[in-house]
Design a protein around this ligand. Structure first.
Ligand SMILES: [Zn+2]
Length: 197
């Protein structure tokens, strides 16, 4: 599994680069106010946190059992699953509601947090991790990147289906992050959020 720094780098370079670019451009032009930094830092914090979120199992196991425990499970609950990763959606909507006080903006923060959390699963998967994507519907781990993990030795129809699903998942996660960030004003050109009240 990549170290936390690996997940953070993956998040910054793949999910957050356009937001960084647009914000840096506005900064150079002296167009930023203090409140803009606040929105930027909260979104950056939410994305960073949820890009590490599925590994919360390691922290909880450390606290519960005092030793470096299982990376992928809390007890019998796999944290590297779509179900667990979707907690990030709620975990994004709640601070999004506090920050923007508008449902549609809060939902966009939720989608962004979800993308960050899903990027963790994909990166761990690429690195030979045990990802139980479909828990509790299907409790066996499988990889969406068979060409990285098993090489060309196990080619068959399922090989291509999962490889295609992996590629599409990757594109989907990047799009979720870009589109939700753009909706929040963090596109190629930074568009400051103006409160309507
Ligand atoms: Zn992990």
């Amino acid at each position: 599994m990549p170290y936390p720094a690996g997940h953070l780098i993956f998040f910054v370079l793949l999910l957050f680069p356009i937001a960084l670019y647009g914000f840096a451009k506005a900064f150079r032009r002296g167009k930023l106010q203090r409140s803009d930094w606040w929105y930027f830092l909260v979104l950056f914090g939410i994305g960073s946190f949820f890009s590490l979120f599925p590994d919360i199992s390691a922290v909880i196991n450390l606290l519960l059992y005092g030793a470096r425990g299982d990376h992928c499970n809390i007890g019998t609950l796999p944290t590297h699953s779509l179900l667990f990763a979707s907690i990030a959606f709620v975990g994004g909507v709640l601070p999004g509601m506090v920050l923007y006080r508008q449902w549609h903006k809060a939902l966009a923060v939720g989608v962004f947090a979800e993308a960050a959390s899903l990027s963790h699963l994909l990166l761990d998967d690429m690195d030979n991790g045990i990802i139980t994507y479909l828990y509790p519907l299907y409790n066996e781990p499988f990889s969406l990147f068979p060409y990285l993990n098993t090489g060309l030795s196990a080619m068959g129809v399922m090989y291509y289906v999962t490889a295609l699903a992996g590629l599409l998942s990757f594109v989907l996660v990047v799009l979720m992050a870009f589109l939700s960030l753009r909706y929040l004003g963090f596109g190629f050109t930074y568009d400051p959020f103006k409160r309507e009240d």
